[in-house]
Ligand binder design. Structure first.
Ligand code: SF4
Length: 222
C-alpha cells in the first residue's frame, strides 16, 4: 500500500477517447515509457515526474467529484506498482480505465479494470511491440467480462490502415470487442479515414480526440 509511483500529472477533464468518450474523468498520468512513437504527444512523460505513494494518489483522487478514473502514461505498466494502484482504485469503487501501449502483458491487470490497448502500426516506429500473450489474454477476459478490453489503432497512412485491418482479421477480433481507429493528429485527415471505414463497412469506431477539439490550444492537463 505504501508503494511509490512516479507521477507526471493528475488532472480532471473530459474523457476524449474510447467508449467512455464524453464522460468526466480523472486522469492519473504515470511517467516513463519503453517506446518512442513518432507521433508521441506525451513525450514530457519520458523524463519528468514526482514520486508519490499510492495512498497520496488515492487521497488526491478522492477530492474530485468523479467515479471514472483513467490510469495512463507514458506507459503505465512500465511501473510495477501500477497494478497495485489499479487494485486500490477498484477497491474504492471507481470505474477504472487503463490505457496501455500494449507492449506489456496485461495478465496481472485486475479484471474489473477496462484495458484499452494500443496496437502500434508501422508509421508509429513501434510496430510489432504488441505483447503476443495479450491476444489470448484479451479473448479470455472478454469471454468472462464483456467489454473489459478495447483495442485502439492510431493511424498515420493507408499503410497503417491496411496493417490494422489485417491484425484484426488475423486475430478474429472483429465483433468481439470495441475497436477504435484514430487518425494521427496533424497527419491523416479524419475525413479520409471515415471514407476508408465506410468503403470497407468496418465495424470499428472512428475516434477523434474530444479533448483536442474542446481545448485545441492546451497540450497538458486536459
Ligand atoms: S507509447 Fe504512448 S507515451 Fe509511449 S512513446 Fe508511444 S505515444 Fe508516447
Amino acid at each position: 500500500m505504501n508503494n511509490k509511483l512516479t507521477i507526471s500529472e493528475i488532472f480532471y477533464s473530459i474523457q476524449g477517447e474510447s467508449s467512455y468518450a464524453g464522460f468526466p474523468c480523472v486522469f492519473i498520468r504515470l511517467s516513463g515509457c519503453n517506446l518512442r512513437c513518432s507521433y508521441c504527444d506525451a513525450d514530457y512523460t519520458w523524463q519528468d515526474g514526482d514520486k508519490k505513494s499510492i495512498d497520496t494518489v488515492l487521497d488526491i483522487i478522492d477530492n474530485y467529484p468523479c467515479e471514472l478514473v483513467e490510469v495512463t502514461g507514458g506507459e503505465p505498466l512500465f511501473q510495477k506498482s501500477c497494478i497495485e494502484l489499479l487494485s486500490q482504485l477498484i477497491r474504492r469503487n471507481k470505474t477504472v480505465l487503463l490505457e496501455s501501449n500494449g507492449s506489456f502483458s496485461i495478465e496481472d491487470v485486475p479484471s474489473e479494470a477496462v484495458a484499452i490497448l494500443d496496437v502500434k502500426c508501422p508509421d508509429s516506429g513501434s510496430k510489432n511491440s504488441f505483447h503476443p500473450d495479450n491476444v489470448g489474454i484479451i479473448k479470455e477476459r472478454i469471454t468472462r467480462i464483456p467489454n473489459s478490453c478495447e483495442l485502439k489503432f492510431v493511424l498515420s497512412t493507408r499503410q497503417d490502415y491496411v496493417y490494422a485491418v489485417d491484425f484484426i482479421k488475423r486475430n478474429n477480433f472483429f465483433n468481439m470487442l470495441p475497436i477504435l481507429f484514430s487518425p494521427v493528429q496533424k497527419g491523416l485527415t479524419a475525413d479520409t479515414l471515415a471514407h476508408w471505414i465506410m468503403e470497407d463497412g468496418l465495424n470499428v469506431r472512428l475516434q477523434l480526440q474530444l479533448h483536442t477539439i474542446l481545448w485545441p490550444n492546451i497540450s497538458r492537463g486536459v
